[in-house]
Design a protein around this ligand. Structure first.
Ligand code: ZN
Ligand code: ZN
Length: 263
């Protein structure tokens, strides 16, 4: 899947493969150090490994990430599931009013709700059908002369297209995604979550007390940064930004508290 043999480096002296003693060694595994041959030589993210090491979750972390979220509901699945409940409820309440002129809206509510329930269940056709929901909503809205409905519809269309393009949502629907897309998604969700949280808290450190938490998270995040580790841990810049913002927030509120006490 991810591990593919590269062009063969030169044979390492007269060494033999650890797994296949009858074959000459091509090099040593970057993780466990054993000699590998052309049969069990694997390359992951530019480093050479033996076959066993190449499939470890810490080595092939993108594959581990893919497997972790394969078929698992992401934020968008729950978001759409929540929308399903709202649509079905609104469709039902429109029907109970019995107002004939509102019936198209009631039917829309039910149909949208059904599509969204199947989306929540991870049924493949519902992924594309979700894009149809705001389009039908606009068509129904125009019947009522509502430009607001069109505006909402366009917003909904953009959101549903974004959902269709989202890597974790694709994994929920068990669709193959490229290594590049996995890397981006891994960076977002997995790469130094502490530094990421620290920066977000740092931005929020105008709220009293948040600065000190931002400072703690960002310092911890900065200490974890190690671009040479497997998998690499980044976000150095964000950790530093979080420390600066957290420190400013802490200084501001610390000064405020002290001046209140000693005034
Ligand atoms: Zn190894
Ligand atoms: Zn071998």
């Amino acid at each position: 899947m991810s591990a593919q043999p590269l062009s063969q480096p030169s044979v390492v002296g007269a060494s033999r493969c650890y797994i296949h003693p009858g074959r000459p060694a091509l090099g040593t595994c970057a993780r466990c150090g054993i000699f590998y041959c052309d049969r069990d030589h694997r390359v992951v993210e530019g480093k050479a490994y033996c076959e066993d090491c190449s499939i470890r979750p810490d080595v092939d972390y993108l594959e581990a990430f893919r497997l972790k979220y394969w078929g698992r509901r992401d934020f968008w699945a729950w978001f759409v599931g929540f929308g399903a409940a709202l649509h079905i409820f609104s469709g039902f309440s429109i029907f109970t009013t019995g107002a004939v002129e509102a019936m198209p809206l009631g039917v829309f509510g039910f149909l949208a709700g059904v599509v969204e329930v199947f989306f929540w269940l991870g049924v493949p056709w519902a992924r594309r059908a979700l894009i149809g929901v705001p389009i039908v909503f606009m068509a129904v809205g125009v019947m009522y002369g509502g430009l607001v409905a069109v505006a909402f519809g366009i917003f909904g269309l953009l959101v549903s297209i974004a959902i269709n393009m989202d890597t974790r949502n694709k994994l929920f629907f068990k669709r193959e995604v490229s290594r590049e897309a996995l890397q981006k998604s891994w960076d977002l969700y997995m790469n130094n979550a502490m530094a990421r949280a620290g920066l977000m808290l740092g931005v929020a450190s105008l709220i009293p007390g948040v600065g000190i938490v931002a400072l703690a998270c960002s310092i911890s995040g900065l200490l974890q940064v190690d671009p040479k580790a497997t998998p690499p841990i980044g976000r150095k810049g964000q950790a530093i930004a979080g420390i600066v913002l957290g420190a400013l927030g802490t200084l501001y509120w610390g000064n405020f508290v002290l001046s209140e006490i000693f005034k």
